[in-house]
Design a protein around this ligand. Structure first.
Ligand code: IRO
Length: 312
């Protein structure tokens, strides 16, 4: 079974890679991804300046439901660290490099993008419109006008194919409005759906206390509990944006959920919570699981079933 795929004009030997934020803030973590069976890798969302992020505990797994809650607060080494990494990356490696940028303002995103464009590197830029955990910063992904004006600034500067990381939407009108905006930008080559489901609250029954420290315990939800929202967002934009690829993320713990993401329309699949809990050896497992599913169902490539979810 062939698990290869293409995103933004680049070939990925297999469709799996990390969700931005997990196993990707420091070079030694990115090295682990390079040595793993992933098909690609993406860096932790970068801001213009280095950030410590929110106080801990700021990530807590919810093992009973194979999920997690986080309010990391955008900790990262600052965009110059990731620009330096992208400059020395060995692009003969079969794994293409994706770089995530999450500026605290459009001006910051513009400065970071200009830095990468000036370096003229083969890496793919992904603009994060959906960080739910920076106190006082509402996420761009829920402000349609702000999202469009940010794309009007950034798309022409980037010129090459790029992607955006989107929050989950829950209303058909929002799918329609957002897709209409995205379809205005030809070099917006792909959409990554979904980021964590923002501002959930996990409470410990025994201690009667919120599990994470920042924001009174409010944080982004990830893992199996968001699978069906993720599948809906992948399929909603797959149907509405025929000229764009969709990267599916949310709830992938095994080959089975990856299969469902491709059926919903995903061209690649990212893993966050399960990667955080299991480590990069996970990629060997889920690859094998998806291969076995495809053999059992008689599919030879992802194209044989991508987007082919049936309706009643
Ligand atoms: O808190 C974070 O750092 C964070 N956490 C998330 O769940 N999604 C994001 O895009 C980010 I930038």
């Amino acid at each position: 079974a062939n698990l290869s795929t293409n995103i933004a004009g680049l070939h990925l030997p297999n469709l799996f890679f990390n969700a931005s934020g997990v196993c990707c803030q420091h070079e030694h973590e990115l090295k682990q991804l390079l040595e793993s069976d992933s098909g690609s890798l993406i860096t932790k969302s970068a801001t213009y300046e280095m950030r410590e992020g929110n106080p801990s505990p700021r990530y807590v797994p919810l093992p009973a439901i194979q999920s997690s809650i986080n309010s990391m607060g955008l900790p990262n080494e600052g965009y110059e660290y990731y620009l330096a990494y992208a400059k020395k990356y060995d692009y003969s490696n079969p794994k293409p490099l994706f770089v995530s940028l999450s500026g605290l303002s459009v001006a910051d995103n513009k400065k970071m993008v200009e830095g990468f464009v000036a370096a003229n590197l083969p890496c793919v830029l992904e603009i994060n419109f959906s960080c739910p955990n920076v106190p006082g910063k509402p996420q761009l992904g829920y402000d349609m006008e702000a999202m469009e004006s940010a794309l009007n600034v950034l798309a022409p500067i980037i010129k090459k194919p790029f992607g955006i990381k989107l929050p989950p939407y829950f209303d058909i009108a929002h799918f329609d409005t957002a897709a209409a905006i995205f379809n205005k930008f030809d070099n917006l080559a792909y959409l990554t759906c979904i980021n964590s489901v923002g501002n959930g609250l996990a409470i410990d029954f025994e201690t009667e206390t919120a599990l994470i420290k920042p924001k009174d315990g409010f944080g982004g939800l990830g893992g199996l509990m968001v699978l069906n929202t993720a599948l809906a967002n992948v399929n909603a934009f797959y149907r509405r944006c025929p000229n764009k690829k969709i990267i599916g993320v949310g709830g992938v713990t095994s080959g089975k959920e990856a299969f469902l993401h491709v059926l919903a329309g995903a061209s690649a699949v990212q893993i966050g919570t399960q990667l955080k809990e299991e480590g990069p050896k996970l990629f060997s497992r889920v690859k094998k699981e998806l291969e076995d599913i495809m053999v059992a169902k008689g599919y030879k490539s992802l194209e044989d079933f991508r987007g082919k979810v049936k309706t009643l």
